[in-house]
Design a binder for this molecule. Sequence first.
Ligand code: SF4
Ligand code: SF4
Length: 314
Amino acid sequence: MTHTEDPPRQPSLPIVENLSRRAAVKGGFATLGAAAFVAAISPLRHAAKNSSAAEFMQQHYKELSPEGKAAVIARLESEAKENYGAEVTIADDRPIPGTKFVYAINLSVCNGNGKCVEACHKENNHDRSTNQSYIRVIEMPKGTMDMEQGTTTYTGAVPKDDKFYLPVQCQQCDEPPCVDVCPVKATWKEEDGIVVVDYNWCIGCRYCEAACPYHARRFNWKQPEVPAEQVNPDQSYLSNRIRPAGVVEKCTYCLHRTRRGKLPACLEACPTGARVFGNILDPQSSIRWILENKRVYILKEELGTKPAFFYYFD
Ligand code: SF4
Ligand code: SF4
């Protein structure tokens, strides 16, 4: 599904000391019970204290003019310097016309080494203290594709004879339930198939996290910790810039790389060649060949989410 609706207008809200826009939209949660709403916004108290006036007034990404985007990006680069001591460049990478990105993994080749998980952690400026990543590698009993039967906390040498390894990250669904449930339209699917989040519009209600059947979304419970020398300075507004506390984040197929003609960091880090990525609309692409010539699987097909992420065995 492509998100085509207009973004919401800046809500008309009372400005209250120490109350961020995220918390202030609570008037829009009339259908939520009071207890549910308090639970939903309770992680935001810390974030609210740190919100600047400029952030409070910022419009939705889709409403920003080129000048408005430039001003927001300049502010975010300045905040990265102030908060992390890092000189970063935040681009506004847009979809390339005629591109639909698709990923596939050869499960006969993946051996569960987890290099993709580590690469995602570094590339996307994840919080170091929680060792976050957008990728989970699930050790699965052979003979099933039911990811609920596997474990992500496996130990010991890999691969084990009676197991196979299932890396799972955002499936960039064509019918994404995470998008449908967002009460403020802070998340949407772009023209090249990538599902994104405007971290400065997200109110941190976590509805999308609950709606995702692949456990692909992550909530920032606190201000992420990344030492200055470890910050990846090559960033994009909708992908790997350091996300604030109190918002949800997810894999973006490394759009700050892939929209510039590079491959996702997880693919480059994979030592076994299990990962294939590309533009399905390009008849010469490797990913197109995989989908035309291999018997491919999708996860939880019965849910109708239509993933743009495929698995196959040789
Ligand atoms: S995998 Fe989850 S987060 Fe990603 S698009 Fe699908 S429902 Fe949304
Ligand atoms: S947490 Fe998810 S559902 Fe809630 S506002 Fe943010 S993107 Fe939307």
